[in-house]
Design a protein around this ligand. Structure first.
Ligand code: C2E
Ligand code: CA
Ligand code: CA
Ligand code: CA
Length: 279
C-alpha cells in the first residue's frame, strides 16, 4: 500500500513540477516574446442575426511560440494577469486592432468595428483613457470603431471605480460591452448602474439555455431586460444551427461562434470582409 501511494505522489509531484516549470518559462519569456513579435491577433467574426451580415470582429491574442507552436490564451492570460504584464500586452492588442481597422478603411471595405478585451488590471490603470484615445487617434479612427469587452466579474470588485472609469470611456465614444454576462457575478441591481452599450452572453450560459427543450425563460427575460435598458445583445460560443435558430427566435442581435467561424489570422479575415462585407 505504501508503495502504491508513493508512486501516486511521485507522479503527482512530477505533474505539478512540470506545470510550475512551464508557468515559469511563460513568465520568463513574455517580455522578450513581445519584443520579438511572437504575439499576434486573431479575429473572430460577429454577425447580425437578422440578415447574416458581417458586423464586426473580436480580437483574440495568440502566442506564436518558437518551440511550443501557436498557444491559446487560456493558459497564459491568467499568468500575465498575475504578473501585471497583461496591461502591456493588451495595449499591443489594441494597437494592432486599430492598425488593421485603418488598413481596411484605406482599402475601402465597409466600416466594421473591432472588439478588444480589456482586463481588470487595465481598468485600474489611471492612464487607460489616455492610452486608448492616443491609440485610436494614431490610426485616425473614431473611438466608436473600437468596442471594449470588459468581463462581468470585473464589475463586482470596486463598482464605484469601475463605473467611473468605464463611464468616462463611454463618454469618449468607445462602445462598451459586458463580456461573459450570465457567468454569475453581476446582480441585476448593479447592471442598472453600469455604463453599457452591449451585453455579451457567456458561452456556457448560451449552451445550457439553448439546450432546454421549450421555453428558454431566462434568455427571453434577459432579452426583455436588455431592450428595456436599450442594450444590444451578442451571443458567443454559438456552435450549432439549432442554437442559432433559438437565438433568432428570442430576438438576439449578434452572434459569434464556431458555427460561423473560428478565430483566424487577420489576412484570412480580410478575405471574408472582401466576400461577405460587400454583399
Ligand atoms: P473570451 O473573451 O470570452 O473569448 C471567447 C473565447 O471563446 C475565445 O477563446 C474564442 O476562441 C472561444 N470561442 C469562440 N467561439 C467559440 C465556440 O463556438 N465554442 C467554443 N468552445 N469556444 C469558442 P480564446 O481565444 O482561447 O481566449 C480565451 C480567453 O482569453 C478570452 O475569453 C479572454 O478572456 C482571454 N483573452 C484572449 N485574448 C485576450 C486579450 O487580448 N486580452 C485579454 N485581456 N484577454 C484575452
Ligand atoms: Ca471577450
Ligand atoms: Ca466572453
Ligand atoms: Ca473571458
Amino acid at each position: 500500500i505504501k508503495g502504491r501511494y508513493g508512486t501516486y505522489f511521485a507522479a503527482y509531484d512530477d505533474a505539478l513540477r512540470n506545470k510550475l516549470l512551464r508557468e515559469q518559462a511563460i513568465t520568463n519569456g513574455m517580455e522578450s516574446a513581445l519584443a520579438r513579435g511572437q504575439f499576434e491577433i486573431y479575429l473572430q467574426p460577429k454577425y447580425r442575426i437578422k440578415d447574416d451580415s458581417l458586423a464586426g470582429a473580436e480580437a483574440l491574442v495568440r502566442w506564436n511560440h518558437p518551440q511550443w507552436g501557436m498557444q491559446s490564451p487560456a493558459e497564459f492570460i491568467p499568468l500575465f494577469e498575475k504578473s501585471g504584464f497583461i496591461t502591456k500586452l493588451d495595449q499591443f492588442v489594441w494597437d494592432r486592432a486599430c492598425a488593421v481597422v485603418q488598413s481596411w478603411d484605406e482599402k475601402g471595405y465597409p466600416p466594421i468595428s473591432v472588439s478588444v478585451n480589456v482586463s481588470r488590471a487595465d481598468i485600474y490603470n489611471a492612464d487607460i483613457a489616455d492610452i486608448l484615445v492616443k491609440t485610436v487617434r494614431k490610426y485616425r479612427l473614431p473611438p466608436s470603431r473600437l468596442h471594449l469587452e470588459i468581463t462581468e466579474s470585473a464589475y463586482t470588485e470596486n463598482p464605484k471605480q469601475i463605473i467611473d472609469t468605464v463611464g468616462r470611456l463611454r463618454e469618449l465614444g468607445f462602445v462598451i460591452e459586458m463580456d461573459d454576462f450570465g457567468s454569475g457575478y453581476s446582480s441585476l441591481n448593479m447592471l442598472n448602474q453600469m455604463p453599457l452599450d452591449i451585453l455579451k452572453l457567456d458561452m456556457k450560459f448560451i449552451q445550457v439555455e439553448t439546450a432546454k427543450p421549450v421555453n428558454q425563460g431566462i434568455l427571453r427575460f434577459i432579452m426583455g431586460l436588455a431592450r428595456w435598458m436599450n442594450l444590444s445583445v451578442v451571443a458567443e460560443g454559438v456552435e450549432t444551427r439549432d442554437q442559432l435558430v433559438r437565438l433568432r427566435e428570442i430576438g438576439c442581435d449578434y452572434v459569434q461562434g464556431y458555427y460561423f467561424a473560428r478565430p483566424m489570422p487577420c489576412t484570412k479575415f480580410e478575405t471574408l470582409l472582401r466576400e461577405r462585407g460587400l454583399a
